[in-house]
Write a protein that binds this ligand. Structure first.
Ligand SMILES: Cc1cc2nc3c(=O)[nH]c(=O)nc-3n(C[C@H](O)[C@H](O)[C@H](O)COP(=O)(O)OP(=O)(O)OC[C@H]3O[C@@H](n4cnc5c(N)ncnc54)[C@H](O)[C@@H]3O)c2cc1C
Length: 502
């Protein structure tokens, strides 16, 4: 069997970006990915929500609908809610970036100014520039819609400073420009217009730089001896196989990376911090009524503001266009899963018949509205974590917002509503919904002190010399803004550190 220099587990923003840079430098790289990559297979269903397919099939927990639309299929137990749920995150080539809204923002310099970050903004700045150029980030993708201009004017009159969002979209083809006006958030982009990690990093690594990829390959365990990983045990096409390499990069995302280490006989956990300090951002939505306008629910992500990012040392976060809301099936499916367990079965059966009614109410409710999201930094707490039940191997999540964060969410909501005055704003509460894990991070924090962190400042395990972790697990704080550009920039930085020593 071929032996690789590096095996990379997971092809999301962190794994694919790092693997691309290593492969480009001539390193022999093998990517292992649990979900489907379109580079390998035609099975993906693009431009569709899994829930839409599930409603058509009248089966609300359908594995293949989730798997084929690039969505996570793993059931997690939320201990705080005493419920099982499947997180709305990505699985497959590009990971969650293949579902993302493509807003690529830098963290602010002050986000690094605390004792928890072992690197400063200036360490990352050149890599932010590299990542922006690689993912073709630009403002001014489309001219602002009249409704966004109206929102911009109202915000400016209130002393707020709106700006155009930096987006990772290829708009070379004006025909596609027209078709993709809804930005494909939450679905695999039908036109490959979204610059996600599969398109920008994984595909070129394979096509141009001889990297290998095995998709639909789930890593079950890392096999290790003394303080070195020897191989990974995987399941591919129902067969258990081991793959060997000199070095291993864990990039399975902030839920599955710590879970894999815990499943691998508590690997890399001398600090006892594997899985701890889970963060997820407290995100609320606002529907802003713009009188007399003709706004459809399919709107571009166009503007944002940072006026509440940091107020006299207290950090709240960014506010930005949310873009399109998901179809009514997604909302109805969430409602079904909120019901007590004994009601699930019958409700599942009648849900497809309820959906057309809900759909028309939904359309009416969101006519003439622009949707915005507030993204609030949540504080790291050791009580918030991922663990694994060693008998059943089930992943367990504990997350409870602190009292301070609960208070901050309430203040943030008031500030956002006031910023849009006199426009009518309706708050759609979601900050306290523990299922919202799109921005999950922090479960394998990096730092200088091996007793207080899992990784060193170059993302290498303090304990295991041939293990690096580059997904969003490394964040010691979550910042108040979208995470992907920071994940990608850091991967490019770590790639340089690796290339210096091999
Ligand atoms: C709907 C949505 C919209 C978003 N919008 C934005 C946005 O506009 N801007 C922004 O910056 N961020 C956005 N995000 C967040 C962003 O996408 C994520 O923070 C980022 O992609 C996470 O990257 P990652 O490398 O940490 O891991 P992930 O993207 O989670 O990738 C991990 C990969 O590992 C694979 N994997 C897991 N376990 C295994 C295993 N055992 N074996 C093999 N493979 C495995 C998974 O299948 C996955 O492909 C959004 C997220 C979602 C869900």
């Amino acid at each position: 069997m071929k032996k690789y220099d590096f095996i990379i587990i997971g092809t999301g923003m962190g794994g694919a970006t790092l693997g691309y840079k290593l492969a480009k430098a001539g390193v022999k790289v093998l990517f292992l990915e649990k979900g489907i990559s379109h580079i390998k297979s035609q099975k993906q269903i693009r431009g569709e929500f899994a829930e839409t397919l599930m409603f058509q099939k009248k089966s609300m927990n359908d594995y293949s609908s989730l798997h084929n639309t690039g969505r996570c299929t793993d059931l997690i137990y939320s201990n705080s809610d005493k419920k099982n749920f499947i997180p709305f995150i990505g699985k497959g080539g590009g990971g969650s970036s293949s579902l993302y809204g493509a807003v690529l923002e830098q963290f602010k310099p002050e986000d690094f100014n605390n004792e928890l970050w072992p690197i400063s903004y200036s360490d990352l700045e050149p890599y932010y520039q590299q990542a922006e150029s690689m993912f073709e980030v630009s403002r001014n993708n489309l001219s602002l819609s009249p409704e966004n201009i109206k929102a911009w004017d109202v915000l400016s009159n209130n002393g707020i400073h709106p700006y155009e969002l930096p987006m990772a979209l290829s708009r070379a083809n004006s025909h596609l420009n027209h078709q993709c006006k809804d930005n494909c958030q939450s679905v695999l982009c039908n036109h490959y217009q979204k610059n996600d990690a599969e398109k920008i990093a994984l595909a070129p690594a394979i096509v141009n730089h001889q990297a290998d990829l095995i998709d639909e390959c789930e890593v079950l365990e890392l096999n290790w001896k003394n303080n070195k990983i020897i191989s990974v045990k995987c399941i591919v096409k129902n067969q258990v196989t081991n793959y060997f390499a000199d070095n291993f990069i864990l990039a399975a995302g902030a839920i599955f990376s710590p879970a894999l280490l815990l499943k691998s006989k508590n690997l890399a956990n001398s600090s006892g911090l594997v899985g701890k300090y889970l963060m997820r951002h407290m995100v609320d939505l606002y529907s802003v009524f713009i009188k007399g306008s003709n706004v459809s629910i399919n709107t571009q992500k166009q503007i944002g503001f940072n006026d509440f990012y940091n107020i006299n040392g207290e950090k709240f976060g960014n506010v930005q266009s949310f873009g399109s809301l998901p179809p009514s099936e997604v909302i109805l499916n969430e409602l079904i899963h909120k019901l007590p367990n004994f009601l699930h079965k019958p409700t599942e059966k009648i849900a497809p018949f309820l959906n057309p009614f809900l759909g028309s109410i939904f359309k009416r409710e969101f006519k003439d509205k622009l949707i915005f999201a507030s993204i609030m930094e949540d504080e790291p707490s050791i009580e918030n974590n991922i663990s694994v039940d060693q008998k059943s191997k089930k992943i367990i999540m504990n997350y409870k917002p602190s009292e301070k964060d609960t208070e901050k969410v309430k203040n943030f909501r008031q500030m956002v509503i006031k910023a849009f005055a006199p426009l009518k704003v309706k708050l759609i509460e979601s900050a306290f919904d523990n299922k919202r894990l799109a921005h999950v991070c922090g479960t394998l924090r990096f730092g200088n002190n091996p007793n207080k962190s899992v990784l060193n400042k170059n993302n290498r395990s303090h304990d295991i010399e041939n293990l690096y972790v580059v997904d969003s697990s490394f964040f010691p704080t979550s910042g108040g803004i979208n995470p992907s550009l920071t994940i990608a920039a850091n991967s490019l930085r770590v790639a340089d550190k690796i290339l210096e020593i091999i």
